[in-house]
Structure formats: structure tokens, C-alpha cells
Design a protein around this ligand. Sequence first.
Ligand SMILES: Cc1cc2nc3c(=O)[nH]c(=O)nc-3n(C[C@H](O)[C@H](O)[C@H](O)COP(=O)(O)OP(=O)(O)OC[C@H]3O[C@@H](n4cnc5c(N)ncnc54)[C@H](O)[C@@H]3O)c2cc1C
Length: 368
Amino acid sequence: MIDAERLKKNWSLVAARGDQVPLYFYSTLFLTYPETRDLFPMNMAAQRDKLVNALGAVVSNVDTIDAVVPTLQALGRDHRKFGALRGHYPAVGEALLATLEHFSGPHWTPAIAADWAAAYELVAATMADAADAAAHYAPAWWDAEVVGHERRDLETAIITIAPGTRLDFVPGQSVSLCTDLRPRAWRQYSPANAPRSDGTIELHVRAVDGGEVSTALVSLLRPGDSLRVGPAFGTGLTLRPGSGPVAMIAGGTGVAPMKALIEQIAATPRPVSLYWGARSPAGLYCLDQMQALAARYEWLELVACVDEDLFGAGARVGSPAELAVAHGRCTGADVYLCGPSGMVESSGKYLVGAGIRADAIHFEPAGA
Ligand SMILES: Cc1cc2nc3c(=O)[nH]c(=O)nc-3n(C[C@H](O)[C@H](O)[C@H](O)COP(=O)(O)OP(=O)(O)OC[C@H]3O[C@@H](n4cnc5c(N)ncnc54)[C@H](O)[C@@H]3O)c2cc1C
């Protein structure tokens, strides 16, 4: 019987050592099993805390593992795109245990070691089994060609890709992708269209300051280039059934999945209010597209919002969540929320504070 409480306590002791933990973990892994280096991006800066922190958090919560089995299975299926094989899992487990032992110091005991090993085995087996099963019906990744690349402004591009074989997704989900311009560095983006008969997918990418992949996708990618695309994931932002009103609150490229949802809703229309915000009118990079949709569908209301409208571009001044609440659009509605993580967090808090039921607010949790 694994003592989950003891694991959690041990994990908080280790995690308190901050950046040293992933550094030690990856050095151990790459020194002991050099072949695993090829599974990770060349630039490890953004990767550094991802794997080891996720492992520590999940494995030490082994007592609630049933709740995360679907997530672990999805992770296992998704990790095929990195070239992760069943044979790599023991190497990762070994490096994880060596890291935990190193940072536990005198608190490391044979009993804790045995608990970590058993918990890791359970997690690894769940992931590896799901990956093996998926190999029978889906590729590890889809090769796709860039068929459109439109710079909307200095920071943002609308990129259209054509996967070689059909990649199934539902509006509100995201896909991860990887470009040869930044080998093995995968990032997530949300399709901005409902599935099309020709299988093409539209992505809206904003270059973030110092960002490794987004800057390459916006500035360097060209039509004809190829990308690798991982399986679609996420359920947080997918459309809930019903015919009642929908309020959409989006910031920046968070409008992309909203556009996909609007295309889906067009098949069985219901009232939709889209409040889309950016710092300034220049940040509303596809306002023309969204206005065209609002003109086409009488059930769709579009309210563009900005923090400041210095040049009188006609957008409402205020945050999308505050304006949507003030206009009564969130009351009794299913509310969908997407944008930069800080904006999603603050908008969610604002909505709950304004009396909107938490179970009516839908978003993709951070870390998805
Ligand atoms: C579910 C989901 C859907 C998404 N959909 C979209 C979408 O539709 N469109 C979109 O544009 N984006 C989307 N994103 C965000 C996207 O996945 C990327 O995170 C974003 O493009 C930045 O990637 P990057 O490689 O350019 O930045 P990264 O290189 O990952 O860096 C991100 C930021 O962290 C900083 N940073 C990097 N390394 C370090 C370090 N060691 N220490 C401190 N700071 C560091 C960088 O300076 C930068 O500001 C989505 C994210 C998720 C989780």
C-alpha cells in the first residue's frame, strides 16, 4: 500500500528547491541515458521545469490517480510525438528517483523509495499502455504543409495548414505543433475553424517576447514549409449542449477557438455574445473577419473591447469580462473564456465575484 501522504510531504520538501530540481533531473537523465537527449528540444530553457514538476505532482497524488487516468492516457498518447517509447519510461523513473533521493537528504528512506517507485510504475504503465493502444489507430503525429501564412500585424500571423491525413478535432480543442525551424520544441495552438471538408486548419499565432517557437512561426514560416502536428486535446472549452445563450470572453488570440465554436454553433444557432479584447485597437488583428461573421449571423453579437482607444477606433473601453457582465450577457449563459493565462484567471475571478455560477464558466485549465 502506497503512503500517498508521505509522498506528498516528500515532494513538497524536494519541490522547495526550485530550479535546482529540474537541472539535477535532466543532468542525471542525459548523463545516464544519453539517447534520451534526442527526445527533448535543443533549447531546454522552456522545457526545464515541465516534465519533472508534472511527474512530481502527479506521482505524489497517486491516491487520486483514478481522477487523472484519462489525462495520463492522453499524455501517454500525446508523448508518442516526442518519440517516447515504453523503453524510455524506466530511464525517466530512475532519474526521478535519483533526483528525489538527492534533494531529500536524510529524509530519504527505503520505505519512501519503494513508495515512489510503485507510484511511478503505476503512472508510467497507464501512459505506456495508452500509447501502445493508440499506435493501432492513430499516427504519433501528422505531417502538415503550410498552405497559408498571412501576417496580420507585426506580432500576429494567421497560418493555414493542411495535414497529409485527416486530423480530427472538435472546436475549442487545441493541437500541439513543431517546426523544423525549432526542432523538437512543441507548442499548443487552438484551431480557429470548425472541421472543414478539405481538412485544413487555421491557426492564429501571436509572437511573444523572447518566445522560441511563436516568433519563428510568425516571422520565418512560409507557405510550402512542413510542420508536425500532435493529436487534438482538451475538453475545457468544447461546446456544452443546449440552446440557451452563450457568452464568449476572449483576449488576443483567445478569439481563435471562439471563432471555431461560432462556426460550430452556426449549424444549430443560439444567441452568442462575443466580447473580444486587446490592449489597443491594433491588437484586434482579425476584427474584419469577426465583423464579417457578426454581419452574416444575426444571432451573433460582437463587442470589441480595448484598454484604451486613443484614436477613437470605435471599440468599447474596458475588459471583456466587465463589459459582458455590465451588459447582462453572462447571466444565465454558458460562458467561454480564453486568452493569456493572467486574463483567464482574473476574468474567471471577476465573473464568479459578479455572481456567475462557477459551473457555467468554461475554459481550458492552465497546464493543459
Ligand atoms: C491549450 C493552449 C492553447 C494555446 N493556443 C494558442 C493560440 O491559439 N495562439 C497563440 O498565439 N498561443 C497559444 N498558446 C500559447 C502557445 O502554446 C505558446 O505558449 C506561445 O506561442 C509561446 O511559445 P514560445 O515558444 O514562443 O515561447 P517560450 O519560448 O515557450 O516562452 C514563453 C515565455 O516565457 C519566457 N521564457 C522562456 N524561457 C524562460 C526561462 N527559462 N525563464 C523565464 N522566462 C522564460 C519567454 O521570454 C516568453 O515570454 C496556447 C497555449 C495553450 C496551453
